[in-house]
Design a protein around this ligand. Sequence first.
Ligand code: GRF
Length: 218
Amino acid sequence: MTAPKKRAAILISGRGSNMMSLVEAARRPDFPAEIVVVISNRPDAAGLDWAKAQGIPALAMDHKLYESRAHFEGQIQSVLTASRVDLVCLAGFMRIMTPAFVDAWRDRMLNIHPSLLPAFTGLDTHARAIASGVKFTGCTVHLVRPDMDDGPILGQAVVPILNTDTASTLAQRVLAAEHRLYPKILELFAAGLVTVDGNKSSTISDVNGEWTRFSPQV
Ligand code: GRF
């Protein structure tokens, strides 16, 4: 008997290209997760219209309309509960969550960050990576912990930095890597193939790591 699909929510704040890559991947009949709701804290997020057009419930919840972060998160939690969500995928969601919310979703909330964590947490990762002189950067999918861009690393994709790169050209290639990495990691995670040990994760059936490490590609 096949296991029921995990019910996943995606939280966005803008363009939503990572959300699109997750939605597209989840169309596969054998994909172990289904996207049941998309929530944006910005009503003008382009990704919301796209999700609606796909027939996915997509809600704007403007954080500015709530009196506190806790109230805002309370509303998000109500939607997640009503939608019987098992997993939350942050995909370009630009709000910091309180430790209470993060702890409520401990080991059930994933995020994608455009650098090889723990390097270059925070914003402007590509400009900072170029300025630092590192020769490779990339992206990371990790479980969310209360500290920003912290938590067990589930998978990473490496992207070389070219001498000619600007923050914008590098961002394009990293984004292409994000679109390959995030669906693969959600697939492994939703299938129950990832075990978490403290601040580390290991993928049971991936002894050689080829599913969770994406090699350099220009
Ligand atoms: C991505 O680069 C993601 O890694 C970062 O924010 C960006 C969101 O892009 N957290 P999109 O909205 O998924 O297109």
